[in-house]
Design a protein around this ligand. Structure first.
Ligand code: SAM
Length: 259
């Protein structure tokens, strides 16, 4: 894995799993979508950029009220699935484009709203991505972002990191809420809202299927869940249901404006 760059790892991972992400319940639904829309308040005059759109669920939510959405992703198969879903839903105001989050092919100050959901933990450089979001936003613009986050506690952080890396080799790292505060400020934004009160609700077997983890990795991960300490079970809210693990990961949702 060490010689594979994060962008290539993401293209490999999401290129082969695109149809599974199109059917993924935690991506298609989830309270973070409503929070992002309610904080950004898209209006018919607004031009929205959704970065790392995946199979398009955030772009679809914003396209309901915004004038137009540009949805970008580094993986062409994910964009094809997003286009298919948009056509199925009769959505016509989204333009899809392949682009890396760290180098966006758009003019400075050309968008009113910039969004990114459940993706920065894959990026090569979150500072470069945030600088690009700052650059493409108009002075009156707003950034709304959701990502899986990590607790500050070292043991919990390491458990989550190792589980996520084993499951999906394109996972780079999740950032703690305090890291997000610093990263957003360093990129020239003023943070207006940040909440950690929403979680990504997951079911172990579904989570493995979406990532397409091979059987030996699924076995290793199942053992990690079975052998997890009471602190880990508590922090990630484990529940055993019909021989499967239900659990959740903390989300960071934030709203920021150009400083
Ligand atoms: C979990 S999916 C995104 C989910 C989507 N935003 C949603 O709300 O349903 C993560 C996406 O990040 C994309 N990605 C990973 N690294 C990227 C990068 N450096 N630049 C752009 N997209 C990237 C992957 O191709 C994948 O489609």
């Amino acid at each position: 894995m060490s010689d594979v760059k994060p962008q290539q790892a993401a293209q490999r991972q999401f290129g082969r799993q695109a149809s599974c992400y199109a059917a993924s319940r935690p991506h298609a639904t989830g309270s973070s979508l409503q929070v992002m829309v309610s904080w950004a308040r898209p209006a018919p005059a607004d031009r929205v950029l959704d970065v790392a759109t995946g199979t398009g669920f955030t772009a679809f939510a914003f396209a309901e009220s915004a004038g137009g959405v540009v949805a970008t992703d580094i993986t062409i198969n994910m964009l094809h699935e997003a286009q298919r879903l948009a056509a199925d839903r009769g959505i016509r105001n989204i333009r899809f484009l392949q682009a890396a989050a760290e180098a966006l092919p758009f003019r400075t100050a050309s968008f009113d709203i910039a969004t990114c959901r459940i993706a920065p933990h894959h990026f090569t450089s979150v500072p470069a991505f945030l600088r690009e979001m700052r650059r493409i936003l108009r002075p009156s613009g707003r950034l709304v972002l959701t990502d899986t986050s990590s607790p500050d506690d070292t043991d919990l952080y390491i458990w989550q990191h190792e589980v996520e890396r084993l499951r999906d080799p394109s996972h780079v790292r999740s950032y703690t809420p305090s890291e997000w505060r610093r990263l957003v400020g360093d990129a020239g934004f003023m943070l207006e809202e940040l909440t950690t009160s929403h979680r990504s609700e997951l079911v172990f077997s579904e989570w493995m299927r979406t990532a397409g983890s091979p059987p030996e990795v699924v076995d290793t991960l199942r053992r990690r869940f079975i052998e997890a300490s009471p602190e880990i079970r508590d922090a990630f809210r484990f529940r055993e249901v019909d021989g499967d693990f239900h659990f959740s990961l903390m989300l960071v949702i934030l709203l920021a404006r150009p400083a």
